[in-house]
Design a protein around this ligand. Structure first.
Ligand SMILES: [Zn+2]
Ligand SMILES: [Zn+2]
Length: 219
């Protein structure tokens, strides 16, 4: 296993420290919580792949850092996923946060990363795989082992401190506005379609949906 620095009782960070970077556990993760998450994720996804494991590990780490039990059955935790695909399935299975429950949102940056927001305290933690992770897995794998299998194995058992980076972050948007109130509706003055979740904008007497206000993604 690739570990940098001497063994000690203090957490070892295996990548350069950034401002606000959190010290992460150097012990292997709890296999029971991870196995449960991965069983759910792979059943949905059709197979188990490395990015699902990274998603599940990211969520489980965030739960520990925010001191929130996972998976959630309430709406206290909000996950802002920076990519869709395999990683997002791992995030959802481990956190209990889903697009359909309004507890997961896609910020489509094309980055394998997510921010976890405790909507009660406002604390937010962004988690992402260490940038040199794949290189370190390849460097440490037995010669006869396939890369894909090496990623699967490492991502399951490496301690958080060797796998992920986590940072406290401050949200730059109105969280209450994003969460919005469920059950509110209006009718768009321009297209006549119903608008839910307070996504309308008032312009004088008129109420407009975002598509009529600033252009839709289709013609
Ligand atoms: Zn996949
Ligand atoms: Zn409209």
């Amino acid at each position: 296993m690739a570990v940098s620095g001497p063994a000690s009782s203090a957490p070892v960070l295996s990548s350069p420290a950034l401002p606000g970077q959190l010290a992460l556990p150097t012990d292997p993760p709890d296999p029971a919580a991870l196995d449960t998450a991965l069983a759910g994720s792979s059943a949905l996804h059709g197979h188990l792949c490395p990015r699902q494991i990274l998603g599940a590990r990211s969520a489980l780490l965030a739960g520990a850092l925010l001191d929130l039990d996972l998976p959630r059955t309430d709406k206290r935790l909000l996950v802002l996923a920076e990519t869709d695909g395999c990683y997002a399935d791992g995030l959802s299975a481990a956190s209990g946060c889903w697009l359909g429950r309004r507890t997961l949102r896609l910020m489509d940056y094309g980055r394998v990363a997510a921010t976890f927001v405790d909507t009660r305290s406002g604390r937010a933690v962004r988690v992402w795989p260490q940038t040199d992770l794949r290189e370190r897995v390849r460097a440490g794998k037995p010669e006869d082992q396939k890369r894909y299998q090496a990623y699967l194995d490492a991502y399951r058992v490496w301690p958080d401190a060797e796998l992920l980076t986590a940072r406290e972050v401050t949200l730059q948007f109105d969280l209450d506005g994003l969460l919005s109130r469920h059950g509110q509706r209006a009718v768009c003055s321009s297209c006549g379609e119903e608008i839910i979740n307070e996504r309308w904008v008032r312009r004088g007497e008129r109420v407009l949906c975002p598509a009529c206000l600033s252009g839709a993604y289709y013609v």
